[in-house]
Ligand binder design. Structure first.
Ligand SMILES: [Zn+2]
Length: 226
């Protein structure tokens, strides 16, 4: 298994997408994006990259075709195929990767506030169990760089469901969706030692694209392959 959270440098996109933007939907030159995706495929060592047309929903697709490039209206994917890398595009949302080393199954999920609220990570594991007979205790989960509690300021009306995961500073409300995501996984039965969260805030660390920091910008990827 190999995985990667790719920083935004080393690509060919021009401002404001510079430079390794992997998203076609943000207004960047499509030829630049394709070239960046080739660079990314080499970085992770995959013959084919599978992307999702992410919609903040909770549909989980099972990938059974090594040549598929894109899945529509999907926020998570699982597979047991070799040579492909499952990719999740983000710029502040949490890129979540899954690995069952016993059954050799991989997965990715796009977890923003809405995905965390819908428990997309738990649903992805349930799908690994139903499709590939994975066992919860064998599954490792890695949460990549995302906007953290230091920077995720929100309006009062979106805290419903996150009451235990907010803090107030200078009368501003901040959410900690990473902790909520981790607690949901633990409550489902994922072992603490099998959950890893990269302690990097995308809005603070300019190595990564951040929608909150930059507005019109590119997307980086978390990817995993067998
Ligand atoms: Zn921050």
């Amino acid at each position: 298994m190999k995985y990667l959270f790719r920083d935004r440098f080393g690509g060919v996109s021009q401002k404001p997408f510079d430079s390794l933007n992997l998203a076609l939907h943000v207004g960047d030159n499509a030829l630049h994006v394709e070239e960046n995706r080739e660079i990314f495929a080499k970085d992770i060592g995959a013959k084919n990259l599978v992307f999702m047309d992410q919609v903040h929903g909770d549909h989980i697709e099972v990938i059974r075709d090594v040549n598929i490039k894109k899945v529509l209206k999907t926020d998570a994917m699982i597979s047991n195929l070799k040579d492909i890398a499952l990719c999740v595009m983000v710029a502040d949302c949490i890129p979540v990767l899954f690995f069952d080393e016993v059954k050799n199954v991989i997965g990715v999920a796009h977890a923003g506030r809405s995905g965390v609220k819908k428990k997309i990570t738990v649903k992805t594991i349930q799908k690994m169990i139903s499709e590939f007979s994975s066992k919860t205790q064998d599954i490792k989960v890695i949460l990549g760089p995302s906007i953290q509690k230091c920077c995720y300021e929100v309006k009062k009306d979106v805290v419903i469901g996150f009451e235990n995961y907010i803090h107030v500073k200078n009368e501003k409300i901040y959410l900690d969706i990473v902790s909520k995501c981790i607690d949901d996984l633990k409550n489902f039965g994922v072992k603490s030692e099998n959950i890893e969260a990269v302690p990097v805030c995308t809005r603070c660390d300019k190595k990564y694209f951040s929608y909150r920091r930059d507005g019109s910008t590119g997307r980086f990827c978390g990817a995993i392959k067998l």
